[in-house]
Design a protein around this ligand. Structure first.
Ligand code: SGN
Ligand code: CA
Length: 542
């Protein structure tokens, strides 16, 4: 998209952007630099795979049955975003967007295991330069040493739930096993950092949990806490993917078809009682007390499963219940962690001048379309929970519906620090929407791009645009795939098709209207928008 500058150096949007047909310009507002001493501390809490449906403040049926009172407090006292999206719905790419403020095509971490372009500036470096003391605790998941952090203490790769290894400038970069449950350890280290911080500086903390990532291992205290709760199947659980293309049919993330009785649900009848290592991913690293608690809980679950003799349909429903019970129990610990951090800030007189942000690295399916996992540009995985508490600027209980995206966090941190946003960052500072629920001068669309195929769960590559009402998705095959397919034992198959959704009439995205009579105008507009984004972001995969 073309932008031009006026005499004062303010970037002006193209006419198309002003008409709302392309994405908003990267217009910079004159930023008011906060007076010294008033810059807020920042705590950004990211969980891993936390679905908005599993936060009670969002009001979905799952959250209602598994309340998250501490996370809800951030919504009640701050802002709940209803349309917070990722640019690439998978962990390391999403984290790379957070740390650089760039789209995947620019930060280089397009696929899960690819590796970020570590020559890019990290927002932590800019925050350090702006005078913040910076810290990163927990799941880092980028294949490069954290930079720009005064304190970092991070997991190996994905991390583990039990007795994880950590390393950082805290351990001379040596791996160190720590005894305990990951969620508790991350909270504890965050508090340690805060206890020992340099009080002459504001702090910037990234606190990244392992939970509630697969294989959903709860803390021993919370095993079975939802066993008396029955979760209603989502209305789209038995989706047959008619009116959608091949990618929706061919994915491998179906609860009935792909969720494993062993490592996911901990009951596989092929293994006898002495083979817990085949059922619990962290078994090899758990201590005797932890193992005993797990046997005490999962043993009877397995016995009940063995004797139930379920029909295939009953089995699907049983899997869904078992999945949610474990997943939500891990979230109970995350909620507790948020409460602990809140209480810490309050007890240390830091609550008023600390902005607390709660987010997830992507959305997650809780049985919608029959699925778990993420990756698709469909709403449930595109959308994350996002709650921000900052009473100085955000009125309590505000619900925001602007289209915000994870490339906006770096600009937001910089705006809060009173630092200038570099020209190359395309995101917009969320501080611009803190005052209310909806803004006419905000972006009118977002761009999405998922590249990780072939890979776990076999979701085809796709990119697309989403506006207030519509979503256009293009599923495609890339030449890069040809080299990867043999490793996955699959054929290199062509895919090249579009889907179009009217989110107002079809919020569950069950019926693509691409190519249907009457959609010509909107299709042409969205195609142009997609083309503009690709041009601007130098996409080279087509
Ligand atoms: C692991 C999981 C996958 C998951 C990816 C990415 N399998 O490979 O189910 O999609 O992580 O998750 S597991 O059996 O090893 O848990 S992400 O959140 O890091 O993107
Ligand atoms: Ca994740």
């Amino acid at each position: 998209m073309q932008t031009r500058k006026d005499s004062t150096g303010t970037a002006l949007c193209s006419l198309a952007a002003l008409a709302g047909l392309t994405h908003s310009c990267t217009q910079k507002e004159a930023q008011v630099v906060p007076a010294e001493g008033t810059r807020p501390n920042i705590i950004y809490i990211m969980s891993d795979d936390h679905a908005y449906q599993a936060i009670s403040a969002y009001g979905d049926p799952v959250g209602k049955l598994a309340p998250t009172p501490n996370i809800d407090r951030l919504a009640n006292e701050g802002m709940r975003f209803q349309r917070s999206f990722v640019e690439n719905s998978i962990s390391s790419p999403s984290r790379a967007c957070l740390i650089t403020g760039l789209y995947s095509s620019h930060h280089g971490q397009r696929m899960l295991d690819e590796g970020i372009d570590s020559t890019r500036t990290f927002v932590s470096e800019l925050m350090q330069q702006a005078g913040y003391q910076t810290a990163m605790i927990g799941k880092w998941h980028l294949k490069t040493t954290p930079k720009g952090f005064d304190y970092y203490h991070t997991f190996d790769d994905q991390g583990t739930y039990w007795n994880p290894v950590f390393r950082g400038n805290t351990t001379n970069n040596e791996w160190r096993r720590e005894e305990g449950y990951a969620t508790r350890l991350v909270t504890q280290h965050t508090k340690e950092f805060l206890d020992n911080r340099d009080k002459s500086k504001p702090f910037f903390v990234l606190m990244h949990h392992k939970a509630p990532h697969r294989a959903w291992l709860p803390d021993t205290t919370y095993l079975g806490m939802y066993d008396q709760t029955t979760f209603a199947l989502p209305p789209t659980f038995y989706d047959d993917y008619s009116d959608r293309g091949e990618a929706a049919h061919r994915q491998e993330m179906h609860i009935v078809k792909d969720m494993r009785l062993g490592l996911d649900l901990k009951v596989d009848t092929l293994y006898d009682d002495l083979q817990m290592d085949k059922l619990i991913t962290d078994w090899y690293r758990m201590n005797d007390d932890q193992k005993e608690a797990y046997i005490r809980y999962y043993g009877p679950r397995r016995e009940a499963f063995r004797s139930a003799n379920m029909t295939p349909e009953e089995l699907g429903v049983w899997k869904y219940q078992a999945y949610l019970r474990d997943y939500l129990a891990t979230i109970h610990s995350v909620d507790e962690s948020v409460g602990e951090i809140y209480d810490y800030l309050k007890a240390n007189n830091l609550l008023d001048n600390t902005i607390i942000i709660y987010d997830s690295d992507q959305g997650f399916y809780m049985g919608e379309h029959g699925w778990f996992d993420k990756r698709f540009m469909y709403e449930v995985s595109l959308r994350t929970p996002l709650l921000i508490r900052y009473p100085k600027s955000i009125p309590a209980g505000t619900v925001n519906t602007d289209l915000v995206q994870n490339i906006d966090f770096a600009p937001t941190f910089l705006a809060l620090a009173g630092a200038e946003q570099p020209e190359y960052m395309k995101g917009l500072p969320l501080t611009r929407v803190f005052d209310g629920p909806k803004h006419d001068d905000w972006r009118k669309s977002i761009y999405y791009h998922y590249y990780d195929y072939p890979a776990w769960h076999m979701v085809r590559r796709h990119d697309g645009v989403r506006t207030d009402r519509y979503k256009l998705i293009h599923f495609y095959r890339s030449d890069v795939e040809a080299a990867l397919t043999p490793r996955f034992g699959i054929a290199d198959t062509p895919v090249d098709y579009y889907e179009l959704y009217d989110l107002q009439n079809d919020p569950d995205e069950l019926h693509s209207i691409y190519g249907k009579p009457g959609t010509e105008k909107i299709t042409a507009e969205l195609m142009q928008l997609l083309k503009d984004y690709r041009m601007e972001l130098e996409q080279d995969e087509y």
